[in-house]
Design a protein around this ligand. Structure first.
Ligand SMILES: [Zn+2]
Length: 249
């Protein structure tokens, strides 16, 4: 009955399961977000490695009766172990994974591509964690079909003035003009931040992170993107609860 299947995937969550095993959550290209049991993962040296942030081709057994997946083997593309050596990068990566789990429903190949690139960047650019975070959330909005329009109000369709301050409509999950804003959100986007987001949005991820941004602007835009992420996530993000991500650069 069991079938062998495989997919490119990233481990986005891992918890202990019984005495010896782990239950992993994988963001796969082919099956979306799935739970996979890795037997003997805790103690055996021979057990298949499947730590959080691992990126690779995962080989699984699928049992269609029980509808569950078992991890058989993995060909790692990247372990992303370097992320664990930096506290800020580690927090950001856990936040990315949690956000991917909470907003699941978009195109899984695009989600995988985005997360894979973001984790690579956290390994290679640990001095730019805040900018990577801003660009990750900005791109995830697109992947989730919530493409934010920074040039005109999506409700009344009026083009924004160059110095206009944007408010937020929580029903649309989108920035908007002051007249179309809902009262339950005080998310505010100033013209400087809007110019930065507009400029970097269409760029390649690497190029966007390389764009210079003052420390003050970085903190402000990051705070905006964190609150935006919390809103689209629909439930509380555990990785935001400690306040760590608010202060990091
Ligand atoms: Zn409007």
């Amino acid at each position: 009955m069991e079938r062998n299947v495989s997919s490119l995937a990233i481990v986005v969550h891992s918890i202990r399961y019984g005495q010896m095993n782990r239950r992993l959550k994988l963001l796969t290209v082919d099956f979306g977000l799935i739970d996979v049991v890795s037997y003997g993962a805790r103690k055996s040296i021979k057990a298949v490695k499947g730590d959080v942030f691992s990126d690779g081709q995962f080989f699984l057994y699928y049992n269609p009766v029980k509808r569950d997946y078992t991890l058989k083997d993995v060909q790692l593309i990247a372990t992303h172990d370097e992320i664990r050596t930096d506290l800020s990068a580690n927090y950001a990566a856990l936040f990315f994974c949690e956000l991917v789990i909470n907003t699941n429903g978009g195109d899984s190949a695009s989600q995988y591509g985005l997360l894979s690139k973001a984790l690579d960047m956290l390994c290679s650019h640990q001095d730019l964690v805040a900018r990577i975070l801003i660009q990750f959330v900005l791109r995830l909005l697109d992947v989730c079909g919530l493409q934010a329009d920074f040039s005109r109000c999506p409700l009344c369709e009026r083009p924004y003035g160059p110095e206009e301050i944007l408010r937020f409509n929580s029903q649309m999950g989108s920035p908007c003009c002051v007249s179309c804003a809902t009262l339950d959100s005080d998310l505010v986007l100033g013209p400087g931040a809007r110019r930065y987001l507009t400029l970097t949005k269409g760029m390649d991820f690497h190029a966007s992170v390389a764009v210079n941004l003052s420390d003050r602007a970085t903190l402000r835009i990051k705070a905006y993107m964190l609150r935006y992420a919390a809103l689209i996530s629909g439930k509380e993000l555990k990785t935001l609860s400690g306040g760590m991500l608010e202060t990091l650069f």
